[in-house]
Design a protein around this ligand. Structure first.
Ligand code: NAP
Length: 291
C-alpha cells in the first residue's frame, strides 16, 4: 500500500522503525523487514544506526529505487550550513546519493530561527535533487503555522506520536488541511509501555483486544490497520523477525466503521513522549558523529 505525498512522490505506507534498535541488531531487523515485503525504513541521525540500515538495504539485492529511505536531522545540526552538512553525514553513513525523505526531528521552539534555517537547507537539498521529499517531526500547530508562514515548500510529512491513547486530532486536522501527511510514531503505542506512562499499555487494552479476537489478529495488527484505514503512514519498530512479519501482515482484514470509532474513543489526550515545547539544545543537544 502506497501513499502519495504532496509533491507526487509515492511512499510505502508502512515502514520499519529503528529507534532504540542497537546498531548490531539493525542489519538483521532491516533484512527481516525487506524479506517480508517492507520497502520503507525510518531511521534518524540520532539513532546511531544509519550505517547498518544502509548496509542491509544494499545487501538485500533489492534495487535502491525500490526501497524508501527516511531519516531525520538532529537539533544539534540545525542552521543552514549545519543542516546541509547533516545531509552529507547521513547520506554517507547510509551509503546513498539521494535520501527519499529527510525531516527535521523536532522543532526547536527556543530557537525557531535556527529551525527555519534548517528547513531552508532541506528546501535547497530538495531543489538540488539530493532528497525526494522533505518534512518535519513533532511539530505542533503553532510550529507548523510559523513554518508555513516562511517556508517555500509545504512539508510532505509530519511524523508525530499517534496511537490509540494519544491521537493529536488537532495536529492531524491541521496537517490534512495543508496537505501534510501524518506519519504515526509509536503506532502500536510502544511509548505507553517502554517509557513510564500513566495510562498502561495499548497492547493490553480490552477494547483493542476484543476487536483483535474478532478478526483473529493481534492487538498490534489491529492498531496498525486502524492507522492505515484513517490514511496515516505507520513505522512500527521491532527487532524480532516474527513481530516484524506480524506488523506487516495487516492487509487481509478490514475494521468496521464502529470498530474504528471504538478505537478513536480511546484517546486520553495524554502525551507519552517529551513535550515538544520543552525541547532545547541544552537538554537534548548532542553531537552527531561525522560519517
Ligand atoms: N520522531 C520521533 O520523535 C520518534 C519518536 C519515537 C519513535 N519514532 C519512530 O517510530 C518508530 C516506532 O515507534 P516506537 O519504537 O516508539 O514504538 P512502536 O513501534 O509503537 O512499538 C515498539 C515496541 O513494541 C514492541 N513490539 C513491536 N511489535 C510488536 C508486536 N507485534 N507485539 C508486541 N510487541 C511488539 C517492540 O519490542 P521488540 O523490538 O522487542 O519487538 C518495542 O518495544 C521508531 O522506531 C522510530 O522510527 C520517532
Amino acid at each position: 500500500m502506497k501513499l502519495t505525498l504532496n509533491n507526487g512522490v509515492e511512499m510505502p505506507a508502512t515502514g520499519l522503525g529503528v529507534f532504540q534498535t542497537p546498531p548490531d541488531e539493525t542489519r538483521t531487523a532491516v533484512e527481516a523487514a525487506l524479506d517480508v515485503g517492507y520497502r520503507h525504513i525510518d531511521t534518524a541521525a540520532a539513532y546511531g544506526n544509519e550505517r547498518e540500515v544502509g548496509e542491509a538495504v544494499r545487501s538485500s539485492g533489492i534495487a535502491r529505487s525500490e526501497v524508501f529511505v527516511e531519516t531525520k536531522i538532529w537539533i544539534s545540526d540545525y542552521g543552514y550550513d549545519e543542516t546541509l552538512h547533516g545531509f552529507e553525514k547521513s547520506s554517507a553513513k547510509l551509503g546513498v546519493d539521494q535520501i527519499d525523505l529527510l525531516i527535521l526531528h523536532q522543532a526547536l521552539p527556543s530557537d525557531f530561527d535556527k529551525t527555519l534555517a534548517a528547513y531552508r537547507a532541506l528546501e535547497t537539498l530538495l531543489a538540488d535533487g539530493k532528497v525526494r521529499a522533505i518534512g518535519v517531526s513533532n511539530f505542533m500547530v503553532d510550529h507548523l503555522t510559523s513554518l508555513l508562514d516562511k517556508a517555500a515548500v509545504v512539508p510532505a510529512v509530519n511524523q508525530i506520536e499517534v496511537h490509540p491513547y494519544f491521537q493529536q486530532r488537532q495536529v492531524q486536522a491541521f496537517g490534512a488541511a495543508h496537505g501534510i501527511l501524518t506519519q504515526a510514531w509509536s503506532p502500536i503505542g510502544g511509548i505507553t509501555f517502554y517509557r513510564d506512562g500513566s495510562h498502561g499499555s495499548t497492547l493490553e487494552d480490552p477494547v483493542i483486544g476484543q476487536i483483535a479476537e474478532g478478526h483473529g489478529k493481534s492487538p498490534a495488527q489491529v492498531m496498525l490497520r486502524w492507522h492505515l484505514q484513517e490514511g496515516r503512514s505507520v513505522i512500527p519498530k521491532s527487532t524480532k523477525p516474527h513481530r516484524i512479519a506480524e506488523n506487516f501482515d495487516v492487509f487481509d482484514f478490514d475494521l468496521t466503521d464502529s470498530e474504528v470509532a471504538a478505537i478513536d474513543a480511546l484517546d486520553t489526550e495524554q502525551r507519552g513522549g517529551p513535550e515538544p515545547t520543552d525541547i532545547t539544545l541544552e537538554s537534548f543537544g548532542r553531537p552527531i558523529p561525522e560519517a
